[in-house]
Design a protein around this ligand. Structure first.
Ligand code: DQQ
Length: 471
């Protein structure tokens, strides 16, 4: 795998998957095929803009190290995907590798079958296999098919817009992946607060429930619903945000041979178009996340265990007490490609000692002019990624993103923070994720520190590792 001219770019992630250059967005067609993981993705090979879309392709034995493969799907001039090959899924049709995706001319669903190694793809002569949205839905938004086997037939869901400004997911059935019968709406948003177009739907069973994920326009984040799927409709019971860091969208999952439900999402940029053009690349894939169903039907996520293979040079601390310190107490850990695992003894200190807020700083310059703060605010019971001082550059986003996180009495706060140059990917207590982007300008913005405000916090353990590049 080569990334020659871009390697020196200080913002280019080192251990998150991305194409060798140019624009990437949604993960597509995630599948484990004869033991090998395949990832396709929305790709613009001609530049760094959300232009005409192709399907990029890579494969991996371990979800972490990827081999780049030739482009899998390219638009066919004059064909039903002349305007682009948009998102979709991969299917094992009795041993025949098959892709179902949205062709743009306008939006309609198309099929392609693959060579045994999944490298060469042939478009179906009957394309499009689903030509238009049913009456009352779409019509301009009708995309991102997701197919699964149910009993002795195929099922497919497609994202769209319903009347009244609500998003919707439509359900279809087929015997042969080519002739599709519309069964009705699987799920329609209760009101416009969940967005007006539902993109990239995914439906899978987890524990004793089903989970539906959707990426709604214009919310710029992905929602999960857990509830009941009866073969015709999905009834949401509980809902939440898949990742509240403001930069994680259009995820897709695969079920692997170990029985895991693994999610990847598109991590978009947080700097100007000009800066992206100058860099020559835009868009990164999240780390693989293993999903779980938590009490009360909540969606849980942890980084896949395979990520640990990248860990080097362990530094560990136990039993630290952080008194009210601002700025942060620096640690003997520096780097822009790190994993930092910290267990805070939240709620264990006496009330007079207890901090109102505490956490980590990362990507900190020695003088503190640049730093990104990961904070737990115990008063508002929220976990935050504060980017207000992440960069001295003017053309970068600075918003703080937050997720509600209520700790049970005596529950520690376990933060797993992955720093990968411009990516900060945070997992907390198996149930909250915040993925964000930061672009420090200074080469020495490499520090890590602990801080507390309004009292003390005890750190049961802090373990950090340098992370090896996958390049
Ligand atoms: N991206 C694709 C669409 C999808 C959107 C186009 C979500 O298929 O709805 O690149 O990011």
């Amino acid at each position: 795998m080569t990334r020659p001219p871009l390697d020196a770019d200080p913002h280019r992630p080192q251990y998150h998957f991305m194409p060798p250059a140019h624009w990437m967005n949604d993960p597509n067609g995630l599948i484990q095929w004869q033991g090998t993981y395949h990832m396709f993705y929305q790709y613009s090979p001609s530049g760094v803009g959300s232009g005409i879309k192709y399907w990029g392709h890579a494969r991996s034995a371990d979800l972490v190290h990827w081999e780049h493969l030739p482009i899998a799907l390219a638009p066919t001039p004059g064909g039903p995907d002349a305007g682009g090959c948009w998102s979709g899924c991969a299917i094992d049709d009795g041993g025949m590798p098959t892709l179902m995706y949205t062709g743009i001319a306008p939006q309609a669903q198309c099929l392609a079958t693959g060579s045994p190694d999944l490298i060469t793809w042939t478009k179906d002569p009957g394309n499009p296999v689903i030509a238009a949205a049913p009456q009352g839905f779409g019509p301009g938004d009708f995309r991102d098919p997701r197919v699964w086997r149910e009993g002795d037939e195929w099922r497919c869901i497609i994202g769209t817009a319903a009347a009244g400004g609500c998003g919707a997911v439509l359900l279809y059935r087929s015997d042969d992946l080519r002739a599709w019968e519309y069964l009705g709406p699987l799920c329609v948003g209760a009101d416009p607060s969940t967005g007006r177009v539902w993109e990239c739907p995914d439906l899978f069973s987890l524990g004793d429930r089903h989970v539906l994920t959707i990426s709604p326009i214009p919310l710029r984040k992905t929602l999960w619903f857990s509830g009941n799927y009866d073969g015709r409709t999905f009834t949401p019971e509980t809902q939440g945000v898949v990742d509240a860091g403001g930069h994680f969208y259009a995820p897709q999952t695969l079920g692997d041979a170990q029985g895991r439900r693994i999610m990847f999402g598109w991590v978009w940029e947080g700097r100007s178009q000009e800066a992206q053009l100058a860099a020559g690349w835009a868009g990164v894939m999240s780390l693989p996340r293993v999903l779980s169903l938590r009490p009360h039907g909540a969606l849980g996520a942890e980084p896949a265990s395979e990520v640990a293979a990248l860990q080097r040079d362990h530094v560990g601390h136990t039993g630290l007490t952080i008194a009210s310190t601002l700025p942060a107490e620096p640690l003997d850990i520096v780097g822009d490609a790190l994993r930092v695992h910290t267990i805070f003894e939240a709620g264990q200190a006496s009330l007079t000692e207890e901090a109102d807020a505490f956490g980590l700083v990362v990507r900190r310059s020695p003088d503190g002019a640049e730093e990104t703060r990961i904070a737990y605010d115990s008063r508002s019971e929220r976990l935050l990624v504060d980017r207000s001082r992440s960069s001295l550059a003017r053309d970068v986003e600075r918003e703080t993103y937050a997720a509600p996180l209520t700790l049970a009495p005596g529950e520690d706060l376990t933060l797993q923070v992955f720093i990968d140059r411009s990516i900060i990917e945070v997992f907390a207590n198996g149930r909250v994720c915040l993925t964000s982007r930061v672009y420090p300008t200074r080469r020495d913005s490499l520090g890590v520190g602990l801080w507390a405000q309004g009292g003390r916090v005890r750190v049961r353990a802090l373990d950090a590792w340098a992370m090896a590049s996958i390049g």
